[in-house]
Design a binder for this molecule. Structure first.
Ligand code: ATP
Ligand code: MG
Ligand code: MG
Length: 306
């Protein structure tokens, strides 16, 4: 089983504007849709779409839990969240302008979690996860969820003997590396925060791989570099017309871990994940991708063993 843990999920409210956004003008919204926010949930979305057994866990507020659960049900995502009393799962507002690529995001800070709820989550994780499982922890941390809380969660997972994947940034990513998780996928900015500026990418990946089994440094439209079992791969992404690259990394991680969980060879995992992520960037929201399109696009992925 794959478990995803989203500590700070979100309800994304997509606001479509029929023209370019203009200050001091009434910008009329032509359509509003809702989507999943939170990187762990994005991972679960990909896994569920690929029919890989998974359960979405994490923390969510009781005030608007029905809205979050409705979106999860609609997307066929099995979930078992630890509920935080009298709090609201954050909402994110994403403005999409007609004819303009990319989006503008406004995000709330998110939950305030009590010690009791932190314990509840740890207990649930301890009860469920076994050495056969894979766990993805992804996304930002709630306001008062400390790095020491993350560390405790990581050690509970380590004790279970499961495969631990982390899509985190900053201090949280540093902690994951220090604890020695099994997979990380920093993007260019996230990588800069955890490596030496005086070393080359190759050297930095080698250094990280002393602690983390599989390290993937993603570089947006250029593709990615992967260090795994003493080998390094350059992955060149297929050329596509980019509509919105938000969530490309999340889609990549979900697809990669799905294939890795099925014990597919590393190059196959990288190729398929790159195909799925390339399909994602052709869509204007942060989750949609098409499996058939991904299967076509993966043929255009070039992988060089360095
Ligand atoms: P996220 O918004 O999900 O956090 P990220 O910044 O972590 O994304 P990126 O490095 O932007 O991740 O992208 C991840 C992968 O998605 C890339 O390695 C590449 O394979 C694919 N990708 C991203 N942008 C493009 C693009 N314009 N064309 C083709 N593939 C892309
Ligand atoms: Mg990016
Ligand atoms: Mg990312």
């Amino acid at each position: 089983m794959i478990y995803t843990i989203t500590l700070n999920p979100a309800i994304d409210r997509l606001l479509f504007i029929g023209e370019e956004l203009v200050k001091r003008k009434t910008n009329r919204i032509s359509k509003v849709t809702y989507d999943l926010g939170g990187k762990g949930l994005h991972g679960s979305y990909v896994m569920s779409k690929l029919k890989i057994d998974n359960l979405a866990m994490g923390l969510c507020g009781t005030n608007n839990k029905a809205a979050l659960y409705d979106i999860l049900t609609e997307k066929n995502i099995r979930h078992e969240f630890t509920e935080v009393a009298d709090e609201s799962t954050r909402e994110c507002y994403i403005v999409l302008e007609e004819g303009v690529s990319g989006s503008t995001m406004f995000t709330e800070k998110g939950l305030v979690v009590s010690e009791f709820e932190k314990r509840n989550l740890l207990e649930k994780v301890r009860q469920k996860v076994t050495s056969q499982d894979m766990v993805l922890i992804a996304g930002s941390l709630p306001q008062n969820y400390l790095i020491s809380d993350l560390e405790e969660l990581l050690y509970v997972l380590k004790d279970s003997g499961c495969f631990i994947a982390c899509d985190l940034s900053g201090e949280a990513l540093l902690k994951a590396v220090e604890v020695g998780v099994h997979f990380i996928k920093p993007n260019e900015f996230e990588l800069q925060e955890i490596v030496s500026k005086n070393q080359s990418l190759t050297e930095n990946l080698e250094a990280l791989s002393e602690r983390v089994d599989c390290v993937i440094a993603s570089q947006g439209e250029k593709g990615s570099f992967c260090q795994y079992q003493g080998e390094q791969f350059q992955v060149i992404a297929p050329k596509v017309e980019e509509v919105n690259d938000t969530g490309a990394g999340d889609c990549f991680v979900g697809a990669f871990l799905s294939m890795f969980y099925l014990k597919k060879p590393i190059e196959e995992c990288l190729r398929f994940a790159s195909g799925c992520a390339a399909s994602k960037v052709k869509n204007n929201d942060s989750t949609s991708f098409d499996i058939e399109d991904a299967l076509d696009l993966q043929r255009e992925v070039t992988i060089n063993r360095l």
